[in-house]
Design a protein around this ligand. Structure first.
Ligand code: NAP
Length: 262
């Protein structure tokens, strides 16, 4: 499991532990806290370090692949795919995002390039394409505590998804062989920024995207990621992520969880 320390990786390991009968090996940059019941085996390494990836892939049947949204994501995830191929890993489950027409560079371009690499791979693969994680709002918890929420997405609705549903689907895909092809995952309903703010009981702020970009870069966000996000928010405002799908229910046999409700 790559990304075992991340939000999804932790939940996928938990879902596999609950399911039982699966041994999880975590590939991490630093040791996991003691007593993580979901993980049997820990290999410390880095996606930049091919030798550590080879070591981690030995004897593995399925790989969960998620990494951070960075400019070098294609190179890093390609290293993992190549190591999986050399080790004879049967299936790779990759966390991607929903393709949007016109977004062929930046973060979206990276995910499309990795998906093409997986299509050409000798390993079978399942690409999980989730909508916005509802948990992204948690990054604004201090602002929310002051009664405000910044969402520069205009009138666009988003079919927000609970990350635990993404993790549950990914865990299924790791142990089943019938979940092929991209899995376009959404929550049960699409909400615009005003509706999300109303559910949280706060006031929504929808600044012009140029001003938002300058503010997040000034507070330390990688300008490459800020620009990718601006293009994404422009597409969201046009309705690019408003569609809901039945994929979570088809895979899990229950509807996706509602979000922003107590
Ligand atoms: N947030 C959303 O709404 C959303 C929507 C659709 C798709 N996605 C996609 O979901 C993915 C996860 O995003 P996130 O920000 O939520 O991730 P995250 O929770 O920060 O997890 C990223 C994981 O990758 C690991 N990692 C990063 N670089 C690594 C390296 N060089 N070697 C080994 N491990 C490395 C991190 O390890 P460390 O703990 O060591 O850093 C962490 O465990 C991204 O690809 C993003 O595009 C996100």
């Amino acid at each position: 499991m790559i990304g075992a320390t991340g939000e999804l990786g932790r939940q996928v390991a938990g879902a596999l532990a609950e399911r039982g009968g699966v041994e999880v090996r975590a590939f991490v940059r630093r040791p996991l806290p003691e007593g993580d019941r979901a993980v049997i085996d820990v290999i410390v390494g880095d996606l930049r370090d091919r030798a550590s990836l080879e070591h981690a892939c030995a004897g593995v049947s399925s790989m969960f692949l998620v990494s951070s949204p960075t400019q070098d994501q294609v190179e890093l995830e390609t290293n993992a795919i190549a190591a999986a191929e050399r080790a004879g890993v049967e299936r790779i489950v990759k966390v991607s995002n929903i393709p949007i027409a016109g977004l062929e560079s930046g973060l979206h371009g990276n995910h499309r390039a990795i998906e093409r690499r997986l299509d050409a791979s000798s390993c079978a693969s399942t690409v999980v394409q989730p909508s916005f994680f509802a948990s992204v709002i948690d990054k604004q918890r201090d602002l929310i505590a002051q009664g405000k929420l910044v969402l520069p997405t205009g009138p666009g609705k988003i079919a927000w998804i609970d990350p635990s549903d993404i993790a549950a689907v990914a865990a299924e895909a790791l142990v089943r062989s019938d979940l092929n092809g991209p899995l376009h995952l959404t929550g049960p309903e699409a909400l615009d920024g005003d509706e999300v703010a109303a559910r949280l009981g706060v006031r929504r702020i929808d600044p012009p995207l140029g001003r938002w970009r300058d503010a997040v870069v000034a507070s330390g966000l990688d300008p490459w990621l800020a620009d990718s996000t601006v293009h994404l928010y422009e597409a969201v405002a046009r309705g690019a992520l408003a569609e809901t799908t039945g994929t979570v229910e088809r895979v899990l046999g229950r509807p996706p969880r509602r979000v922003f409700v107590s």
